[in-house]
Design a protein around this ligand. Structure first.
Ligand code: NDP
Ligand code: 8X3
Length: 253
């Protein structure tokens, strides 16, 4: 039997790698992102292997999300997996120096957008029943705060708690929910966060052997294929070369 995965943020990084992974395994895909040219290029690449539909939209646009997803493409198999991956960090400044518009964009994308997509597609996942999965891409930033993480950390804490809370509501439906919390991963994430600073990107990942998007795609594939009676609540994954620091202490002289 063929299934469909809906992946938000499919134009780059984790989302693109996950689309490729699931397509290689014969799944149908419903791909979402803002950059239409990239969606079309991915569709052209993957359509040789499977059935792909794309929707160019901004997950922050609630009306557009509801309208675009209100009719499910007839070409696609039943929806079994939703990967809520679209998200971003903007800036690394201390809170008082941050741009409020960037804070709002992170909240609107990482939390409000994720909630809108989930609310819109939830009836289809419940209809599928046992074995359906929602994979919410959180972050280690949702658990471990760091300087300059401010609102980004807050949005990812929301993703974790929302994931656990809707599990309570979905009890009895068979639908699974997992918060995936990756650490340092090499994608376009740092370029986006720094406004295109290639040097910052290179410096961050140099010598760190970071997570690659394909690692997350493999993880999601493994989770999607777990026996139906199991739910991984929280999946935290870091590069071996990344760990925690001691608490910072400000000492008065
Ligand atoms: P990328 O920047 O490579 O990918 C982000 C994706 O999100 C893009 O496809 C982008 O597409 C999409 N996106 C961003 N804003 C919107 C929007 N408003 N509407 C629709 N799509 C949007 O980064 P990653 O692959 O690394 O990030 C994927 C997720 O993983 C994010 O939620 C991120 O917070 C999380 N994460 C990343 C880590 C890392 O170190 N890289 C670690 C832990 C978590 P487009 O611009 O075309 O809309
Ligand atoms: C991305 C990982 O550590 O840059 O979510 O916040 S981190």
């Amino acid at each position: 039997m063929t299934f469909t995965a809906c992946i938000t943020g499919a134009t780059s990084g984790f989302g693109k790698a996950t689309a490729e992974k699931f397509a290689n395994q014969g799944w149908h895909l419903l791909l979402i992102g803002r950059r239409e040219d990239r969606l079309e290029a991915l569709k052209a690449e993957l359509s040789e292997k499977t059935c792909v539909e794309t929707i160019a939209l901004d997950v922050r646009d609630t009306e557009q999300v509801i309208s675009a997803l209100s009719t499910y493409p007839t070409t696609l198999a039943p929806l079994k997996v939703l990967v809520n991956n679209a998200g971003l960090a903007l800036g690394t400044s201390p809170a008082v120096e941050c741009d409020l518009a960037q804070w709002h964009q992170m909240i609107d994308t990482n939390t409000k957008g994720l909630v809108t997509i989930t609310h819109t597609l939830l009836p289809r996942l419940i209809e599928f029943g046992a074995g359906a999965s929602i994979f919410n891409i959180g972050s280690v930033a949702g658990t471990y705060p760091y300087p300059g993480g401010n609102v980004y950390c807050g949005t990812k804490a929301f993703v974790e708690q929302f994931s656990k809370a809707i599990r309570c509501d979905l009890l009895g439906t068979g639908v699974r929910v997992t918060n995936i919390a990756p650490g340092m991963a090499e994608s376009e994430f740092t370029l986006v966060r720094t406004g295109g600073n290639q040097q910052a990107h290179d410096n961050l990942y140099e010598g760190a052997n970071p997570i690659q998007p394909e690692d997350i795609a493999d993880t999601l594939w493994w989770l999607a294929n777990m026996p139906d009676h199991l739910n991984v609540n929280n999946f935290e994954i870091m590069p071996v070369r990344q760990a925690w620091s001691p608490f910072a202490v400000h000492r008065e002289k």
